[in-house]
Write a protein that binds this ligand. Structure first.
Ligand code: PEP
Length: 256
């Protein structure tokens, strides 16, 4: 049985005081409600250690994750953060291949594969993002694009490695645009991805792999998206910056 994962990607938002306030409020929410999902917050990496310690002190089950890591192990790479460093400050997860990294930093399949390797070596769960652009969707190329994004990266992993991966399907045209995939569109793509995992790694791995949906998930559409059989949670940008919206999305995860 796949437990849902609700993950908040804060991107480059919130200063220290704002971030501390929001994280403390989320802990408060999680402690005082019967939640049925795993919850993770991906703040700017500068805040990770503090968030981790706060969650530990308050006996909260909220995990923290980084938004990116270096493809290198260590050394003279100014400004980069190694996966081992991210692990050492308490992160459980790290995003890889978010569409903003692919677009603004030209991250290729080769770079993403290296990052996934570094994360697995460091015992961090990669949340591997994939998704088609609007042009790809308009020309009905979405399955081809996703196939290519997975084939050249996480489908190179051994079964043992792959079992640690979380996939996030994020149609680029839905990220931060207020346009959401219809629940049936999301379900179709998630079922397609699970089918690819099945062909590559077999039934048991496919049925255990968590596939999150990301792209303008909000309180008003969360329930329908999250009740699709192959949608195992959400990667949430904008709505994760508001306590009430993020907690409403967590609440939309029914017991399953
Ligand atoms: C994201 O950036 O991963 C995302 C899904 O953003 P938003 O929820 O704002 O569309």
């Amino acid at each position: 049985m796949r437990k849902k994962l609700i993950a908040g990607n804060w991107k480059m938002n919130l200063d220290w005081n704002e971030a501390m306030t929001l994280f403390a409020e989320l802990i408060q929410y999680e402690k005082s409600n019967d939640t049925h999902a795993d919850i993770a917050v991906f703040p700017p990496s500068l805040y990770l250690r503090h968030f981790y310690e706060l969650a530990q002190d308050r006996k909260s089950s909220i995990s923290v994750g980084a938004q990116d890591c270096s493809a290198q192990v260590k050394g003279a790479y100014t400004g980069e953060l190694a996966a081992s460093m991210i692990h050492s400050v308490g992160a459980k997860y790290c995003l890889v291949g978010h569409s903003e990294r692919r677009e603004y930093h030209r991250e290729s399949n080769d770079i993403l594969s290296e990052k996934v390797e570094r994360l697995l070596e460091a015992d961090i769960i990669p949340v591997f993002c994939c998704g088609e652009s609007l042009a790809d969707r308009d020309s009905d190329n979405q399955t081809f694009v996703i196939d290519n994004q997975l084939d050249g990266t996480i489908f190179e992993l051994s079964t043992e490695q792959f079992e640690k991966i979380v996939i996030a399907y994020e149609p680029v045209w839905a990220i931060g645009t207020g346009k959401t995939a219809h629940p049936e569109q999301a379900q179709d793509m998630h079922a397609f991805i699970r089918g690819l995992v099945h062909s590559k790694y077999g039934e048991s791995v496919a049925s255990n792999t968590r596939i999150l949906y990301g792209g303008s998930m909000k309180p008003k559409n969360a329930k329908e998206l999250l009740s699709q059989p192959d949608v195992d949670g959400g990667l949430i940008g904008g709505a994760s910056l508001k306590r009430d919206d993020f907690s409403a999305i967590i609440k939309a995860c029914s017991r399953s």
